[in-house]
Design a protein around this ligand. Structure first.
Ligand code: ADP
Ligand code: MG
Ligand code: ZN
Length: 559
């Protein structure tokens, strides 16, 4: 049976193989089991009902809340030579009547309709009279009041359909489903747990970033400068924000389009077309834009402000990279976003329990902005997706640890401290002086009176040690060879001090196992030496050998 499906995939759609989950969903459907497919945006949900629709007898009815999407889907099917159409309010009454007649004559394999169509008794009576292959609910989370985009009209057609008694199988498809939504859809459409195919939410080509404490407009401006030829969407929380960002960018001569519900339908259509056809690379929009926009080459989605919940965020951000290419999802966070979202919830027409539920979801969104852990893992955890076993290595929290930061100023302070210390000490002692340590040894050498004492007290001694080692490794600072090397300036140090060259480093590099092994060996060697010093030479315990210069050491090991 499945071999036949594979053939359809290749001959009709021209694809080599199925994507994760597709085969399973198709298999359930052709065995007339009601099925729920939970797959990420761009995962290939349409094919899951299109292939069974082709092999099952009768017409497939696809219910979609998105009028804008229907035409694209139908065009794509027609281009493949498959008889398909849509019936919705964008057509004249005459056109609607013609298509209904053709539906009744069973001219179509696929018919796309909006939920409102079921208010027409004429449509319902036709459905009752013709053979139906399947009924698919695209964007099925709209059925559930737990979903972030609940449509009552969507929910109400379910009992209506069930009365018809001639629907062999129901298919529900969504990219966004929490546990509550999944079980709600299951009970609405009688879907057994064994027929829920959940491929997980991970989008391996998306890199999530949180940006805090930056001026948003200037961040966006410099981002756009680096991404001039790429398509992207900037989402704002309100229409007013969209207007002002649009104006500011336009003033700078950047080619931008704008889309929100306060604009006329013509203006919105124009903006959307300009963006889809790459006449305009940047779209500034509220969440009114995007549902059902199938633009595959969106390289970035920037959220100018934090959205209301993670469901919306993931769906909006997920409009990036539908072609599978690496793309960025950037959230510009500012604490006042929280107040704005609270206000929006408060002002909404929801009843009190629904509002409480929204506040709960908002809190999760806020936590996302504050987490120090992997952002991809955070989102997947939220959706109870346990498929990601380790950190993604792409998000800003994963990458920041590996990100190069400019440490020129710190380097200058370190170098001048080495100079002030008379180039007579090692790494540990220098770090202590920079830190402003109360260590007694510093007093012994009067180092606490230097002007560089405590100059980098904001850092830990470990961080300072790391930076000094880094300068040495980069040959921006020299060491005098020996068992207990002392730090010396060199020509490059002077260039850094004079500001002739800058210094960047990966902050807090993750030690490789080789480094860790080396460190272990070194510690063992030092422990051994320490023991000998204590045993043979009676060295006082406060003298740490790592801080002892060769010359000082020779006091304990005279020739
Ligand atoms: P979704 O509805 O899950 O967001 P779509 O059904 O719109 O995703 O599919 C996204 C893209 O992936 C479309 O361009 C589709 O043609 C393509 N696609 C779907 N299945 C496959 C497959 N098995 N191999 C290659 N491309 C596929
Ligand atoms: Mg889809
Ligand atoms: Zn990560």
């Amino acid at each position: 049976m499945i071999a036949e499906q594979e053939k359809l995939l290749q001959t009709y759609f021209g694809y080599e193989s199925f994507r994760p989950g597709q085969k399973e969903v198709i298999n359930h459907i052709i065995h007339t089991n009601n099925t729920l497919a939970v797959m990420p945006t761009g995962g290939g949900k349409s094919l899951c009902y299109q292939i069974p629709g082709l092999s099952l007898n009768g017409t497939a009815i696809i219910i979609s809340p998105l009028i804008s999407l229907m035409k694209d889907q139908v065009d794509a099917l027609q281009a493949l030579g498959i008889p398909a159409t849509f019936i919705n309010s964008s057509l004249t009454t005459e056109e609607q009547r013609t298509r209904l007649r053709e539906l009744e004559a069973q001219r179509y394999k696929f018919v796309y309709v909006a939920p409102e169509r079921f208010e027409s008794s004429m449509f319902v009576s036709i459905i009752r009279r013709i053979p139906i292959a399947l009924v698919a609910f695209d964007e099925a989370h709209c059925i559930s009041q737990w979903g972030h985009d609940f449509r009552p009209s969507y929910r109400s057609i379910v009992p209506q359909l069930k009365q018809l008694n001639n629907i062999p199988v129901y298919v529900a498809l969504t990219a966004t489903a929490t546990e509550e939504v999944i079980s709600d859809i299951q009970s609405m459409l009688d879907i057994g747990a064994e027929h829920v195919v959940n491929t997980g939410f991970e989008r391996e080509n998306l890199a999530f970033h949180i940006v805090k404490g930056k001026d948003r407009t200037s961040y966006i401006r410099s981002f756009l400068q680096e991404h001039t030829d790429e398509s992207g969407i900037i989402y704002t929380a309100t229409r007013k924000q969209a207007d002002s960002v649009y104006e500011q960018l336009q003033k700078r001569g950047i080619s931008v389009a704008k889309y929100h519900a306060g604009m006329s339908e013509t203006a919105r259509k124009q903006a959307q077309a300009a963006f889809i056809h790459d006449e305009c690379s940047v779209m500034i929009a509220t969440n009114a834009f995007g549902m059902g926009i199938d633009k595959s080459n969106v390289r970035y989605v920037i959220h100018y402000a934090m959205p209301m919940n993670i469901e919306s965020y993931y769906q909006e951000a997920g409009r990036a990279g539908r072609d599978g290419e690496a793309s960025d999802c950037i959230l510009l966070f500012s604490p006042q976003d929280i107040q704005l979202q609270k206000f929006l919830i408060e002002q909404s027409l929801m009843d009190e329990p629904a509002k409480q539920n929204e506040y709960k979801k908002l809190q999760a969104m806020v936590n996302y902005c504050h987490t120090q852990g992997c952002l991809s893992s955070f989102i997947l955890d939220y959706f109870n997706d346990t498929s990601l076993k380790q950190n993604c290595g792409r998000c800003s929290n994963c990458v920041e640890r590996l990100e190069k930061t400019d440490i020129t100023e710190e380097a200058q302070m370190i170098l001048s401290c080495v100079k002030r210390m008379g180039e007579r000490f090692g790494v540990g002692m220098t770090a202590k002086v920079l830190k402003g340590s109360k260590d007694k040894k510093l007093m012994d050498f009067n180092l606490h009176q230097l002007s560089t004492y405590g100059i980098l007290s904001a850092y830990t001694e470990k961080e300072l040690t790391e930076r000094i080692h880094f300068l040495v490794a980069e040959q921006l600072l020299a060491t005098e060879e020996g068992k207990f090397p002392t730090l010396k300036l060199n020509h490059q140090s002077v260039d850094v001090l004079k500001g002739k060259r800058s210094v960047t480093m990966y902050t807090a590099p993750i030690p490789t196992s080789e480094e860790a092994d080396y460190q272990e060996d070194l510690f063992a060697m030092l422990r051994d030496l320490r023991k000998r010093l204590a045993d043979e030479k009676n060295v006082p315990p406060y003298v740490l050998f790592s801080d002892v210069t060769l010359k000082e050491l020779s006091r304990y090991f005279p020739e």
